[in-house]
Design a protein. Structure first.
Length: 289
DNA sequence: GTTAACACCTGAGAGC
DNA sequence: TGCTCTCAGGTGTTAA
């Protein structure tokens, strides 16, 4: 389940193995994987041909490959199960291979987009003057971006009438955080996932932001998190951060801080993992009559 | 304008 | 053995 650290690992792989190469041909093997390209699969393939791939970039969970000689970029999102793999041209096709990009050189490798659940995809978009694909202009900067504005984030958090985990997953407020790292950061900050954002003091929100950054940087240092074969880097290798998770997936296991069995609660069609002792639920708010 | 709920999608695993 | 059901969850769309 790729979140920011996993996407950054993939971006680095693309920068190393794909940037600077000229696209010879693109094959779309599943139309859903280019559904965000309004002009369709044929147009997507035709517009890539002959262009040089620029330096891979990322914002939150989106990554893009600028086409160096145009004002457009190939935008990618891995969704739930997407993989961007650099494979030998003669390697057998993966079962869920959706898009193949061949290059006009003699390196003998090609770029493959493999996606079991087809939540992810590739598309081609014009760039904004800042070099960002226009369709992701609404995505906030991520907390590892040097230009991320801590004070603005804290202010926005205070003004929201929502709960803290919803806010962490709101990509227009802060990008790159998914269910796993949200639970990890909240556990470290000793915050319950349903804590109203308006009740967070500046020091508390600053501490939460610090934990978000810490957990992402630690995951990045070991190549990301992987529970199964659904997340891998461009070489098909998995990360190791799942061995360091303190909250996510640890239902009934003892809290690493206080020993209380961790709990899992259904939340927004997914799960929230928390320690019922360290992360006390918020007091019920008074209703005005 | 803001917030919440839902659809999309496939395969692993549990239960019968 | 094989069938059905549940679960996993990021994003865009729709509803409130």
């Amino acid at each position: 389940m790729p979140e920011l650290p996993e996407v950054e690992v993939v971006r680095r792989g693309l920068e190393r193995w794909v940037s600077g190469r000229t696209i010879a041909e693109a094959q779309v093997l599943h139309p859903r994987s280019v559904r965000r390209h309004p002009a369709g699969a044929e147009d997507f393939a035709a517009r890539l041909k002959g262009h040089i791939v620029g330096i891979a970039r990322r914002r939150g969970k989106y990554l893009w490959l600028p086409l160096a000689d145009t004002d457009a970029s190939i935008l990618g999102h891995l969704g739930m199960s997407g993989q961007l793999l650099v494979q030998p041209e003669d390697a057998a096709d993966e079962k869920h291979l959706r898009i193949r990009i061949r290059f006009d050189d003699s390196l003998g490798t090609e770029l493959r987009f493999v996606d079991q659940r087809t939540f992810g995809g590739l598309s081609l978009h014009d760039n904004t003057p800042e070099g960002l694909p226009e369709v992701i202009a609404h995505i906030a900067r991520d907390p590892l971006d040097p230009a991320f504005d801590d004070a603005a984030f804290q202010t926005a958090l205070r003004l929201r009438r929502t709960t803290v985990k919803r806010a962490l997953l709101d990509q227009s407020l802060i990008s790159g955080v998914g269910n796993i790292y949200a639970d990890e950061a909240l556990w470290r900050a000793k915050l319950h996932y349903e804590r109203p954002t308006a009740t967070l003091t500046r020091p508390r929100s600053a501490e939460l932001l610090r934990h978000v950054r810490d957990v992402m940087n630690e995951a990045l240092a070991v190549g990301g998190t992987s529970f199964d074969s659904l997340y891998v880097n461009v070489n098909g290798e998995s990360g190791y951060f799942d061995r360091s998770l303190d909250a996510y997936g640890r239902e009934d296991e003892p809290c690493r801080r206080c020993g209380t069995p961790m709990r899992r609660r259904p939340w927004m069609n997914r799960s929230s993992y928390f320690c019922p002792r360290c992360q006390r639920p918020p007091r019920p708010t008074r209703t005005l009559s």
